[in-house]
Design a protein around this ligand. Structure first.
Ligand SMILES: [Zn+2]
Length: 293
């Protein structure tokens, strides 16, 4: 990425928005006037990001926030995985499935349940161990990059990107690799935090998803669609969902009855916004255009 054009829609109409301070440092956030996505600029160096994801501490942090025991509510729980993979199953008769940034493997497991033949890649050693324990096979240790893609030309019917794009240093370069790896009319399924959700608007600069250097890109719905359209993909479907790790939220409330009522109220309130496309997470499905090799 050579300039500060929008990482989602490519528009030059971007402006400095604010400085986000996290434990790792201070990061400048830019905002796109055209698609209303936002992103960290300048970007942290690629080598630094790879070190960050291969580090043991990264998967331990992810594990702490993973939704063990509250599957129905967690954004990467089995219920959500089955819902999204089931949608892919209805959208393609193909069988070859690539799970990029597979994490603990919920989506790979759901894909196998739906009859897909699954390949997964996950650079983090802790996540790979957890994946193997839960799924019985080990993901490839690679980062998905040009080298990885060049060895898998025309191989897959579905590529799954669950909570991957918000982490990538160059989303456009990343998406540009996908058409060659897909078969004719192949699908990409995407889940990303929704910058533009009711909760995100309410939190403003304190949006919990704005967490650099882990998250670098904050997509609006139109920004995400434009990112894929720029690379020849057509939108097949888009929805927003709201998921909050229940255990993490409930720990904060001591009185059991209040805790349950507060949880249900919060969840119903957040889910209400799904109806208006303002839920917390964007789920989108894109198909490779006919003019792409
Ligand atoms: Zn934009």
């Amino acid at each position: 990425m050579a300039d500060m054009t929008c990482v989602a829609c490519g528009s030059p109409e971007t402006r400095f928005s604010f400085v986000k301070k996290t434990r790792a440092g201070s990061y400048e956030i830019r905002h796109c006037r055209r698609c209303r996505s936002a992103y960290v600029w300048p970007r942290p160096p690629e080598a630094e990001m790879e070190r960050y994801y291969r580090d043991d501490a990264y998967a331990r942090r992810s594990d702490e926030s993973s939704g063990a025991g509250d599957d129905a509510y967690h954004p990467t729980g089995m219920a959500d995985a089955r819902r999204m993979v089931g949608r892919c199953r209805r959208l393609t008769p193909g069988t070859e499935f690539l799970d990029i940034g597979a994490g603990f493997g919920e989506f790979s497991r759901a894909a196998r349940e739906f009859g897909f033949h699954v390949e997964a890649c996950e650079p983090n050693p802790n996540a790979r161990r957890a994946f193997r324990d839960r799924n019985g096979f080990e993901p490839d240790a690679s980062m998905f990059d040009a080298h990885y893609a060049s060895r898998r030309v025309g191989r897959f019917d579905v590529i799954f990107l669950s909570h991957v794009l918000e982490h990538t240093t160059d989303p456009a370069a990343f998406i540009a690799l996908l058409p060659a790896v897909l078969r004719t009319a192949g699908l990409v399924a995407v889940a990303v935090p929704h910058f533009g959700s009711a909760l995100s608007r309410l939190q403003g600069r304190n949006d919990v998803f704005i967490s650099p250097p882990e998250h670098l890109n904050f997509f609006s719905r139109s920004g995400l669609i434009r990112l894929f359209e720029r690379h020849g993909f057509c939108l097949e479907g888009l929805a927003t969902v709201s998921k909050v790790p229940r255990g993490k939220y409930e720990q904060r409330i001591r009185i059991p009855l209040v805790r349950t009522a507060a949880w249900r109220g919060l969840y119903a309130g957040l889910s209400f916004w799904n109806l208006f496309g303002r839920g917390m997470v964007i789920n989108a499905y894109f198909r490779k255009g006919p003019d792409r090799a």
